[in-house]
Structures are given as C-alpha cells and as structure tokens.
Design a protein around this ligand. Structure first.
Ligand SMILES: CC(C)(COP(=O)(O)OP(=O)(O)OC[C@H]1O[C@@H](n2cnc3c(N)ncnc32)[C@H](O)[C@@H]1OP(=O)(O)O)[C@@H](O)C(=O)NCCC(=O)NCCS
Length: 162
C-alpha cells in the first residue's frame, strides 16, 4: 500500500506577498503615449508568478487569468506599483490577486489602474506533474475576506470548466 505524504503546514499570506515597481518607458507605450495593456499584463504575470512561487517553493506555471479591467491609463514616465498576494490554495493550484497602481512621484499618492486574479499551478521540478502546495493561512480580516472570495471564484471556475 502506498502511503500519502503528510499534509503540508499552512503558509501565511505575508510570506508570499510581492511588491514590484516599474517605470513606463517609450518602448512600453502605445501610439497615445500610455502604457500598452499587454505590457501591464506581462508585469502582472511576473509579479503573480513570484508570489505563487514564494508560496509553493516550486516552479509554477500560469494556468489561467480571470477578466482584467484597465481603469486608468498610465503615461510614459509614470511609476507603476504592483502588489500581489496568494488569496487561496487548492491542492496544487493557487489564486493570486494583483492590484496595480500608478504612484504620483510628487505626492506618493496612488491611483488604482488595474486588478486581476490569476491561477498558478505548482509543478514537481522532476516529473513536471502538478504538485501539492501548502494551504493559505489568512491572518487579517482583509486576508480572510479575500480567502473566502477566492474560494468562491475557484468553485465557479471548476464549475465552468466542468
Ligand atoms: C496548468 C497545467 C499544469 C494543469 O495541468 P493538468 O494536467 O490539467 O492538471 P490537473 O487537471 O491535475 O489540475 C491541476 C490543478 O490545476 C488546476 N487547473 C488546471 N487547469 C486550470 C485552468 N485552466 N484554470 C485554473 N486552474 C486550472 C486544477 O483545478 C487543479 O487544481 P487543484 O490541484 O488545486 O485542485 C497544464 O495545463 C499546463 O501545463 N498548462 C500550460 C501552462 C503554461 O505553459 N503557462 C504559461 C507559461 S507559465
């Protein structure tokens, strides 16, 4: 009889949080002089992948990206701040939430630009098969709220894929 491995100890949300900062260069811009959506999506994917990898401590791949809404344009020269955290973990998959802000250089005020939810899957480095991840241990009210909302979104995704 093959014994199943012991459950992994939970990991806190703080353990995998990522803040990433970019400046919009001309090479990132569309003809209107604002950052291209595709470039922001790339930054979101990278920021979220680092958070998922910190949670799983394994290689991770992007499995899916939920709807992304671009609320405000960011001009060339703008400072873009991305914040990513793991909201919920299933067996081998994790939902990562990313919030993107434009930071005003003079005041430090931040304006919300984009939010996105992405699902990453942890892979075993040798077999490349999905590998279990630790559960998320939410600690604050916000983390618990995000945890419950992510759990509900996961159920919707699974129902949609079925
Ligand atoms: C993501 C991938 C590893 C899933 O492999 P799979 O053989 O379908 O794995 P399983 O059916 O066993 O599912 C594994 C987990 O992934 C989740 N999953 C699979 N496809 C998914 C999707 N499209 N969206 C969200 N979650 C998904 C499953 O729900 C499951 O979650 P759980 O373990 O937490 O319950 C595989 O489809 C893949 O390699 N895709 C390409 C990834 C890639 O190249 N990304 C871009 C570059 S990083």
């Amino acid at each position: 009889m093959v014994e199943s491995p012991p459950p992994l100890p939970p990991r806190s949300v703080a353990d995998s949080k990522v803040e990433m900062t970019e400046i919009v260069f001309p090479n990132d811009a569309n003809p209107l002089g604002n950052v291209m959506g595709g470039r922001v999506m790339q930054w979101i994917d990278i920021c979220a992948a680092v958070a998922a990898g910190r949670h799983a401590r394994t290689p991770v791949v992007t499995a899916s990206v939920d709807r992304i809404d671009f609320h405000n344009p960011v001009p060339v020269g703008g400072v873009v701040v991305l914040l990513a955290s793991v909201n919920y973990a299933g067996r081998s998959s994790m939902e990562v939430g990313v919030k993107v802000w434009q930071e005003d250089r003079a005041t430090g005020d931040r304006r919300h630009v984009v939010s996105a939810y992405l699902t990453f899957v942890s892979l075993d480095p040798a077999s490349k098969a999905p590998r279990p991840v630790p559960p998320v241990a939410p600690e604050t009210d916000d983390e618990r709220r995000r945890f419950e909302a992510a759990k509900a979104r996961r159920a919707q995704r699974l129902a949609g894929r079925a």
